[in-house]
Write a new protein. Structure first.
Length: 535
């Protein structure tokens, strides 16, 4: 019989923030775990954003294999995107593998678990759930239990829409209090699961570390800006630490505890719009929003009077038509006059050539594609903001994602310099938008901490990777690791590493085409925008 495993997810956690808090005694529980365990950096995936990262964490595979790069799944073969849900994960997850092996699994508040997937144990979905009106638990009756004791249950704290940047003291105080309340509620749910049955593996995820760092970074990074606000934020971290202590007190003393984050964090000073640059350079042509609306109106009238046939999307399912309109509304591109475009962008930019044979109206042939990619990479790397480069790297998609079973791989990955993020929108007239106040955004390096009997002590000599966590959990639980996982078992965490058995790759599952309704998508989109994601 293997010992229980507890995984704590601290979204966006970084040692840059945690180290000073641990040194100051703000988070004694985490400090104790670190002093008696093994810790280090945990490299995220490319791009280091929530859906791609947590999907990689759960599958042990990089985005090229599972096909999730961002909050929206883009299909270049149809010029369409759809909001990502758990159904887009076609690969076996660590939860389904553990459950299939007879392990009792509980997962609380992890992103990319809505709707709760079948055969994954007890699930309470995370902040990408539309609302508490949705079926966010497995089994379904758990939802009734949660809302019966916590009718105000929240998936993540969000700022007041009337004061999204928390200028007023009232909005700031309410947001921090909401973050503390959300952490407390999730911990209560996890404790309730532990009281109900002995779990072999429990994961409790806290999204509010990410939310606070997005919105409160200017006071986290510099306590002289407003010492009172910095002190209040530290109090929130102290209360998070107390919730961690409360949870660990309820699990067996010999439990293996893993603390992980999906990415790190740093200052956010502005955003860049590469599609605007592509338009200025002559690689992209757009109709303009007024022109696009006029074109659609004329087309509808011609169809109504029998003078034209409906385009394929007009006869498609309602969901497909919605996705097409959404993408065309954001990027009203004249495809026949476009050679390159950025279709996906939040942290990094994913650039696609408008290829013949892939895109419906592709114009770039295979023979000219390599030269065009070299040309584009050189142009983006040459872009300057004063003396500083705007892009720190431009990566070939085939190098970053050697596997592409879903056909979604970008041709280039645009990596902005630290402090900048990338947006795909064509609306801004400026290609670079500098923020008037400092915010926070993602960095590649997250955290890893292991604690428990048999865990080695000290700091890891080299960073582990996020995809290594799933095989490490499986091996520690005595469950075979699928041979197609990209990650490896982190033997360096242990004095005596667990034995590793390998299994054949699991068959694909899920239903990638089953997305959210229009109302559900709007609810999640509004929440993400409030937290600093999505245009």
């Amino acid at each position: 019989m293997t010992r229980p495993i507890v995984v704590l997810g601290l979204d966006g956690a970084t040692w840059d923030v945690l180290d000073p808090l641990l040194a100051a005694g703000v988070m004694p529980t985490l400090a104790r775990l670190r002093a008696a365990g093994r810790s280090g950096r945990l490299e995220s995936v490319v791009p280091p954003i929530t859906p791609a990262a947590w999907a990689s964490f759960m599958t042990g595979k990089r985005p090229g294999k599972h096909g999730i790069y961002d909050f929206r799944v883009y299909d270049p073969r149809r010029y369409e995107d759809a909001f990502v849900t758990s159904r887009a994960i076609r690969d076996a997850t660590v939860w389904t593998l553990l459950t299939a092996a007879g392990k009792r699994v509980g997962v609380v508040s992890l992103p990319m678990t809505y709707p709760p997937p079948a055969g994954a144990g007890t699930i309470v979905a995370g902040f990408d759930t539309p609302s508490t009106a949705a079926g966010f638990t497995a089994p379904p009756e758990l939802r009734t239990r949660i809302l019966g004791s916590m009718p105000d249950y929240r998936f993540v704290a969000v700022p007041d829409p009337a004061d999204p940047t928390l200028v007023t003291d009232a909005a700031f105080a309410r947001f921090v209090a909401d973050a503390e309340r959300a952490c407390e509620q999730r911990t209560r749910v996890a404790l309730d699961l532990l009281a109900g049955e002995r779990l072999d593996v429990l994961m409790l995820h806290h999204q509010d570390t990410d939310a606070m760092q997005h919105l409160l970074w200017r006071w986290i990074a510099d306590e002289t800006v407003d010492p009172a606000r910095t002190a209040r934020i530290r109090q929130a971290y102290a209360r998070l630490d107390a919730r961690i202590a409360e949870l660990l007190a309820a699990v067996p003393a010999d439990a293996l505890v893993l603390v992980v984050s999906d990415h790190g964090f740093g200052a956010h000073v502005g955003r860049v719009f590469p599609n605007v640059l592509l338009r200025e350079w002559g690689y992209l042509s757009w109709r303009g929003r007024r022109r696009e609306r006029l074109r659609r109106s004329v087309r509808k009238r011609l169809v109504r009077f029998g003078l034209a046939t409906p385009p394929a999307r007009d006869t498609a399912s309602w969901g497909e038509a919605l996705r097409t309109r959404s993408f065309a509304g954001t990027l009203p591109i004249a495809w026949r006059r476009t050679r390159a475009y950025v279709a996906v962008a939040e942290i990094y930019g994913l650039l696609y050539l408008n290829r013949r044979g892939r895109e419906p109206e592709g114009v770039v042939d295979d023979a000219s594609a390599p030269r065009l990619l070299d040309e584009l990479a050189a142009r983006f790397l040459a872009v300057r903001d004063g003396d500083a480069p705007v892009f720190s790297a431009v990566l070939r998609g085939t190098d970053v994602y050697p596997d592409d079973p879903h056909g979604r791989r970008p041709d280039l990955v645009l990596v902005p310099r630290a402090g900048l993020s990338v947006y795909r929108d064509l609306n801004p007239r400026l290609w670079l938008d500098r923020y008037p106040m400092l915010g926070g955004t993602h960095r590649p390096d997250g955290i890893l901490l292991a604690h428990g009997d048999g865990v080695a002590r000290g700091t890891l000599a080299h960073a582990a990777e996020l995809v290594d966590v799933a095989p490490t959990i499986l091996a520690s639980a005595g469950v075979p690791v699928p041979a197609d996982m990209d990650g490896r078992v982190l033997a360096e965490l242990f004095v005596d590493p667990p034995a590793v058995a390998y299994a054949a790759p699991a068959a694909p599952a899920g239903d990638a085409d089953a997305g959210l309704s229009a109302d559900e998508e709007q609810e999640v989109t509004d929440r993400l925008r409030a937290l600093g994601y999505m245009t």
